[in-house]
Design a protein around this ligand. Structure first.
Ligand code: UGA
Length: 335
């Protein structure tokens, strides 16, 4: 199988490249504007890499789609701080550029595995989120946080319609707070733009204070990147076509914790690293309002817990606890 992976240098992309090269005989053609994380794979004969901008390299992208078996359009903005500060860029990249890629998949009759997001469920007030039943609820237009959710949701709908009307072979998957080494950069954290786990590690080391937005009672289901990419491997293998025309939540409902609990676990785990201990013992947890931390156009989900019955039927069962995931992430930073 030959995979064309756009956004291969990102968090999910780079972890998936590693797993594919280690555990299969598949070939990967990687594309990204930033290929730093892909340099370590360049000696592998089954790996090729092209550094380029998805907005400009349309001919190259077309050639690659024409000559591969499956397309993974993983290029996108995925940090809430950017949805607020760069909403149009979020729409243009996450929706418009990916629509361009999806249309090429249709034209060349290629299978597409598209990353939707847990954010599509938005403010849905459900105890457990079901792919084919739960409503997708967002806030008012002025709450820019939802432009990412809407962009992804619209593509979910377009891809599904292309499947129904034109026979596009597709799978949609929804990651629920995948975490692990390389999620965000420390530069993002320095500018208060990183996602919670990276932000908290940085804040412990450099600020002595973790700011819990709204007090940190909001809950997420944290998923170890290795468990997440295991699920993607099952989707790629697509035994008996079980993943075709399906949407899968990929998250760990056993790791449903509040953001305050996440901060406490990170602090606790950092105390067992000699270089981090002193700072972890001194850090303070404070509360900040969403308006002051992000802006007036921020809005938030109070809980997000996936049903994973569908992906379990493919043979997946996430096994990594939040504490283990935090420890493994810290080990990577420590190195
Ligand atoms: C994430 C991102 O939108 C995407 O990465 C992705 O599509 C999706 O959700 C996912 O990973 O499933 P969110 O869950 O809000 O959004 O991710 P974080 O930025 O990690 O924030 C989690 C919570 O921590 C939010 O309630 C936020 O307000 C809070 N937070 C964040 C703080 O309390 N303090 C901080 O310094 C940073």
């Amino acid at each position: 199988m030959k995979i064309f992976l756009l956004g291969a240098g990102g968090f999910i992309g780079s972890h998936l490249v590693q797993k594919v090269l280690e555990s299969t005989d598949y070939e990967i053609s990687a594309f990204d504007i930033n290929t730093t994380r892909l340099e370590k794979f360049t000696g592998n004969k089954r790996f090729t890499c092209f550094k380029g901008d998805i907005f400009r390299e349309t001919d190259y992208i077309r050639e690659q789609i024409a000559s591969c078996d499956v397309v993974l359009p993983f290029a996108g903005v995925a940090m809430p701080a950017y949805y607020l500060s760069k909403p149009l860029w979020t729409f243009e990249l996450d929706f418009e550029q990916n629509l361009k890629v999806v249309r090429m998949c249709l034209k060349y009759k290629k299978r597409v595995v598209f990353p939707s997001t847990s954010e599509v469920y938005g403010l849905a007030n459900e105890n457990i989120l079901l792919e084919d039943e739960s409503p997708l609820v967002t806030g008012p237009v002025g709450k820019m946080r939802w432009i990412y959710s809407c962009s992804k949701q619209m593509l979910d709908r377009v891809i599904t319609a292309y499947g129904q009307e034109n026979g596009l072979q597709y799978t949609l998957f929804r990651p629920f707070n995948w975490i692990g080494p390389g999620l965000d950069t420390m530069e993002d954290a320095r500018q208060h733009r990183a996602r919670s786990i990276t932000q908290f590690i940085y804040d412990i080391l450099h600020r002595g204070e973790i700011k819990l937005v709204g007090g940190g009672n909001q809950r997420r289901s944290f998923t170890w990147i290795g468990d997440g990419t295991d699920a993607l491997m099952l989707i790629l293998k697509n035994y008996k076509g079980q993943a075709d025309s399906q949407i899968f939540n990929i998250g760990n409902p056993s790791n449903n914790y509040s953001i305050r609990e996440l901060a406490e676990i990170i602090i606790d785990e950092m105390k067992s690293f000699p270089n981090f201990r002193e700072k972890a013992e001194r850090v303070k947890l404070t509360t900040i309002s969403p308006e002051n931390y992000y802006s007036d156009s921020y809005d938030d989900t109070m809980n997000r817990r996936p049903s994973i019955d569908k992906i379990k039927r493919l043979g997946w069962n996430p096994s990594t606890t939040l504490r283990d995931a935090v420890r493994m992430t810290l080990e990577a930073y420590h190195e």
